[in-house]
Ligand binder design. Structure first.
Ligand code: SF4
Ligand code: SF4
Length: 346
């Protein structure tokens, strides 16, 4: 069922939801929009297409303590951190980011299950904001994502004119809808204004500059041939190895685990790592990827070849466009796809 609320009443709805559980949504702070907890003074920016950082931080934070070891005489006490139990809502994540959760699930929820990740996934309710006004760098449609009518998350919302439309997809979504109470007005049928807004948005998505890449051109090639393609030498020459692309990417999931001596024990932390760094996968006997070409190739081979090989054809990119905006030398996913033969079909 579709519900509606005038956007002028949205602050009331957000306040009500935030009273029931933590509510996180895109908020502008010092000129940058990122997910943050709602407060009455928060500058909410549901109109912004991509937050600077992706929404993966909710489930896979940049750094976290995994366990502590404390010395008591000759005994070692092992202390696991307290698992949170409070539910929370991610309000206004874009379809590409919500799809990235499904890709991360395949990594963190497969055997052995990552209990830290699983705990956060279980506690979250996701409100997906359909993209009626995409950015020129968006190319999610290439990966089977419907940005206009996404079937992703627990609730889908559309903002058209002075109205926000709301549709619940799951039991969690129904529970959140119930919290909205009389603020959410139930509609007997889909309103014409919403259909028109969706049709208009589809026409915009159709015309996006990278909306029709030919991924089949990569999938159909033998992986060894892709591995040996001269484009890796050519494109990696400009790569600075800064890792920006991996830090903003919603599907990158490499991490490092380090122990820190606190003087009376050890704290074990996990933090994001980047396959673009020269120290990545450094081992006692050395490093298996000693050149930037090898590191650069690994990142893109993983997303475009290895992940699909292992995960029923799913690419490990959701077309969010963040790496297009952030790479200081414009050596990004679209450029790699195009160079590998996947240039625009139309
Ligand atoms: S590779 Fe680039 S476009 Fe693809 S999901 Fe990562 S940041 Fe987004
Ligand atoms: S952001 Fe660009 S320059 Fe930096 S590591 Fe990624 S591809 Fe290389």
């Amino acid at each position: 069922m579709i519900y509606q609320i005038k956007t002028e009443k949205l602050p009331q709805l957000l306040e009500r939801l935030a009273a029931a559980q933590e509510l996180c949504l895109p908020v502008e702070h010092k000129g940058q929009v990122d997910f943050a907890s709602w407060t009455p003074k928060a500058k909410v920016r549901l109109d912004v297409c991509n937050t600077a950082r992706s929404a993966k931080d909710f489930f896979f934070p940049q750094g976290e303590r995994l366990v502590s070891f404390r010395m008591e005489g000759r005994q070692i006490q092992v202390e696991a951190p307290q698992m949170e139990e409070n539910p929370f809502v991610i309000f206004g994540a874009r379809p590409c980011d919500v799809r990235s959760f499904q890709l991360l699930d395949r990594v963190f929820l497969s055997d052995p299950v990552d209990r830290y990740y699983e705990n956060r996934r279980r506690r979250a309710t996701i409100v997906t904001a359909a993209c009626l006004e995409p950015e020129e760098t968006c190319f999610c449609g290439n990966f089977g994502i419907d940005p206009v009518r996404p079937q992703l998350g627990d609730v889908v919302i559309w903002t058209a004119g002075d109205t926000l439309y709301w549709e619940s997809l799951t039991e969690k979504g129904e529970a959140l809808t119930a919290q909205g109470g009389e603020l959410l007005e139930a509609l007997s049928e889909e309103p014409e204004a919403l259909t028109q807004a969706q049709d208009g948005a589809r026409a915009i998505h159709e015309r996006l500059p990278f909306g029709h890449l030919n991924l089949q051109a990569i999938s159909s090639r033998d992986w060894r041939e892709v591995f040996e393609d001269p484009i890796w030498e050519k494109l990696s020459k400009s790569c600075l190895g800064c890792g920006s692309c991996t830090y903003v990417c919603p599907t990158c999931q490499c991490y490092d685990i380090r122990d820190f001596d606190t003087g009376h024990g050890v704290e074990r932390y996990r933090c994001w790592d980047s396959c673009m760094y020269s120290s990545f996968t450094q081992m006692a006997h050395g490093n298996p990827r000693t050149t930037q070409k090898e590191r650069f190739r690994q990142r893109f081979m993983h997303k475009l070849v290895y992940f699909p090989q292992n995960e029923e054809g799913l690419f490990s990119c959701v077309g969010c466009g963040r790496c297009l905006n952030k790479c200081p030398v414009s050596t990004h996913m679209v450029k790699v796809i195009q160079e590998l033969g996947g240039k625009q079909d139309v």
